[in-house]
Design a protein around this ligand. Structure first.
Ligand SMILES: C[S@@+](CC[C@H](N)C(=O)[O-])C[C@H]1O[C@@H](n2cnc3c(N)ncnc32)[C@H](O)[C@@H]1O
Length: 242
């Protein structure tokens, strides 16, 4: 599907759950009805004159509904704060290509988009409704409406200096899903010491166990102005490892 130079790929979400696929179809229909109307996001909709400031409300509600439906897949009751989003961007400095994992309502996407306007940005979100809203809001980036563990292709033929910015809730994801994503990220990182993952957590423990001895977590920043306060981490291959 293509609209305003932006691509959206629809696909399966978690495993082969057919009821989920059914919901995805419903979602994409519902998403077409979302008015894109809030000028705080830097755009207005000419199709819906008079309908103002609903988008942020709709997105917050969508996020909350998504949380209520699958709390372990969403992992937070509210989107990241601007302070956390900016910290994630700081840790992504120097990237020649960006992949955002678990973009949700776009709280982090917005800052990545603004801070790195010249850098290619691929945004991955498994929730079809949120992915459709992201596509409307960020017309120039590639939005992939799919579960990242099913999209190994997104890590092929990308520059050495690629950075994955992740909001995935590893601690609450089903173990098999977390293991698949961890294996995918391991291959992505081992390909070059110039690559890294930027990830936040709400505790002091590493986001997930390092998937390879050559990959080391570093705790970079504590962001108090977030609910709850969050740690920003990076995972990267040590330069002195083969
Ligand atoms: C904690 S929310 C973060 C949302 C947003 N990035 C933020 O910081 O406010 C995590 C998001 O990851 C998405 N997600 C969970 N598992 C996923 C997967 N396997 N692939 C892609 N997205 C996933 C959820 O739907 C949810 O929107």
């Amino acid at each position: 599907m293509s609209e305003s130079g932006c691509r959206v790929f629809y696909g399966s979400a978690i495993g082969d759950d057919s009821s989920w696929k059914l919901r995805c179809r419903d979602y994409s229909k519902a998403a077409e009805k979302i008015p894109i109307i809030d000028e705080r996001f830097g755009y207005t909709s000419s199709d819906t004159p008079g309908a103002v400031h609903y988008e942020s409300l709709i997105l917050s509600t969508t996020f909350l509904l998504s949380y209520l439906k699958a709390p372990f897949l969403v992992g937070a009751i509210a989107p990241s704060s601007m302070f956390l989003a900016k910290a994630l961007c700081r840790q992504a400095e120097g990237a020649q290509h960006l992949i955002e994992l678990g973009a949700g309502t776009g709280a982090v996407t917005q800052h990545l988009h603004e801070k790195f306007p010249e850098t290619s940005l691929v945004v991955v979100e498994r929730d079809m409704l949120m992915a459709a809203a992201l596509r409307r809001r960020f017309g120039t980036c590639t939005v992939v409406a799919d579960a990242i563990q099913d999209r190994e292709d997104l890590f092929k033929d990308i520059p050495d200096q690629s950075v994955a910015v992740s909001s995935l809730p590893f601690r609450s994801l089903p173990e098999t899903v977390a293991a698949k994503i961890s294996a995918l990220l391991k291959n992505f990182l081992l390909a070059s010491p110039k690559r890294r993952i930027v990830q936040y957590t709400y505790g002091q423990r590493v986001p997930f166990a390092s998937p390879h001895p050559a990959l080391t977590w570093k705790r970079q920043e504590l962001i108090l102005r977030n609910v709850p306060p969050a740690w920003v981490w990076t995972l990267q291959k040590s330069t002195n490892r083969p």
